[in-house]
Design a protein around this ligand. Structure first.
Ligand code: SF4
Length: 448
């Protein structure tokens, strides 16, 4: 069989911040050699007008769902089986089946091969569900799979799942427990990677102190340089931060989310204590690590002054890179259920709407209008990546000027600033235009 596997973008756009899609390497290893498979990444190349294959596969997130459905309609040919999986499949499988023949729910490690076997018999089922039992396949470079360079940055995934349960986060819709590779397996995977700089794609790299220290000991001799995502509890541990630095870490991505304790409680962000933030930042800096901070704005406890307070905090503390995001009701999360119960969703399904645009507020906030939330976040993002603000943050923290950090700092700021301008206001996916979808996506103005 001839298979084409698509990594989608939110809309037609060659992105400069695309990371290597490790799912390609995993799918290649799961696909028997007799099948021909071509991987296309819409973030790195323009897709052809037509696709000739027996199976068209797409991994779908909520933000790329409409794009997946538009492309399914565009590329569908007689005899072609269209299959979709990914995070969105875990909560919206029924919706997907309007456009796909088959939906894979859960890990590809458990669903991809049974699906292919049934395709060989010309009888694929509508739904394949995997549990969380499989081991995690190393995603080391497989020849011929990655046709783009992705800035020469490797990607490695150590674990799936997160020990926390933040109310706005999609991770628990897919993973209910945490599975991890052994430190030895991770070291072997890193050794096989040709890239010297890499990103750990885990939502939270550290499960507990002992496993974290074992991992760091195993990868220190490899002399890689890496960035990762951590929760605030890891930042309280000096010894751990020192071991991270020694093992090659140069940047940590951390969810500060809010400076408002009530908003943190609302989000169930149990690892965060606002009063500690500045001390923890200083501790991280003392180990020469840069911070990529993420913030969520528009919670029910947020008043209109939240924008200036958050912006001042990020600049005053010289955070290297940030994401100022409006709260998004992602399907399947506690936030979505609450907004639905309180009749505060502006679109029944914002990700399907033919009018919803990237950066727009999808719900009715309590203490500001949707437009104020949207404009507040955009203003913060724009000002944060202005030249004067970049220079202020660069020179404000001495470790940003270290030879090993300054290039990353500047490149990350240039790329983030550029991508924000490219994405803001874009129609997600394009126009789906189905009557079947139109009745699900009516727009609701505040007060309506
Ligand atoms: S700590 Fe991060 S990955 Fe884990 S549930 Fe919260 S937001 Fe999601």
């Amino acid at each position: 069989m001839r298979i084409i596997f698509l990594r989608l973008n939110m809309f037609e756009h060659i992105a400069t911040d695309a990371m290597k899609p490790i799912l390609f390497g995993i799918i290649r290893q799961l696909t028997p050699e007799q099948h021909e498979i071509l991987f296309l990444d819409e973030r790195a190349e323009r897709l052809p007008e037509t696709l000739d294959c027996d199976i068209l596969a797409m991994s779908v997130e909520t933000y790329t769902a409409k794009r997946a459905y538009i492309l399914a309609k565009k590329y569908r040919r007689p005899g072609m089986t269209i299959v979709m999986g990914g995070f969105h499949a875990a909560v919206c499988a029924k919706e997907m089946l309007r456009y796909a023949d088959t939906v894979l729910i859960g890990d590809a490690e458990e669903t991809w091969r049974p699906f292919l076997r049934d395709c060989e018999q010309k009888s694929p089922k509508a739904i394949y569900s995997g549990g969380e039992r499989s081991g995690l396949i190393p995603a080391a470079d497989v020849p011929g799979v990655y046709r783009h360079r992705y800035h020469g940055i490797g990607v490695c995934q150590i674990s799936r799942g997160c020990k926390f349960n933040c109310d706005f986060c999609s991770i628990k819709t897919m993973y209910h427990c945490v599975r991890r590779k052994s430190p030895e397996a991770v070291a072997a995977e890193l050794r096989a990677m040709k890239e010297r700089v890499l990103f750990f794609a885990d939502d939270n790299l550290f499960y507990d102190r002992n496993s974290a220290m074992a991992l760091l000991r195993a990868i220190t001799p490899l002399r890689k340089r890496w960035a990762c995502q951590i929760s605030m509890d890891a930042a309280r541990d000096d010894e751990l931060l020192a071991a991270m630095r020694k093992a090659g870490c140069f940047l940590v991505l951390m969810g500060f989310e809010s400076l408002n304790a009530d908003s943190l409680a609302e989000m169930h962000k149990s690892a965060n204590i606002v009063q500690e933030y500045e001390a923890l930042i200083r501790r991280i800096y003392s180990h020469g690590l840069m911070i990529y901070g993420t913030f969520v704005l528009g919670c029910d406890s947020d008043e209109p002054d939240v924008f200036e307070k958050t912006f001042d905090f990020a600049v005053r503390n010289h955070i290297a890179v940030t994401n100022f995001n409006p709260l998004i009701p992602m399907p399947g999360t506690g936030v979505y259920k609450r907004m639905e119960q309180e009749n505060r969703l502006r679109y029944a399904h914002w990700w399907l709407s033919d009018t919803y645009r990237y950066g727009e507020t999808a719900f009715l906030p309590k203490h500001m209008t949707p437009e104020e939330l949207q404009a507040g976040c955009l203003s913060m993002r724009t000002r944060f990546y202005s030249l004067s603000c970049v220079l202020k943050r660069l020179f404000g923290a001495p470790h940003h000027l270290y030879l090993r950090n300054i290039g990353v700092f500047l490149l990350a700021n240039i790329i983030s600033g550029r991508e924000i301008q490219a994405k803001q206001g874009q129609l997600l996916g394009g126009v789906l235009g189905d009557e079947a979808d139109a009745d699900q996506t009516e727009y609701r103005a505040p007060g309506a």
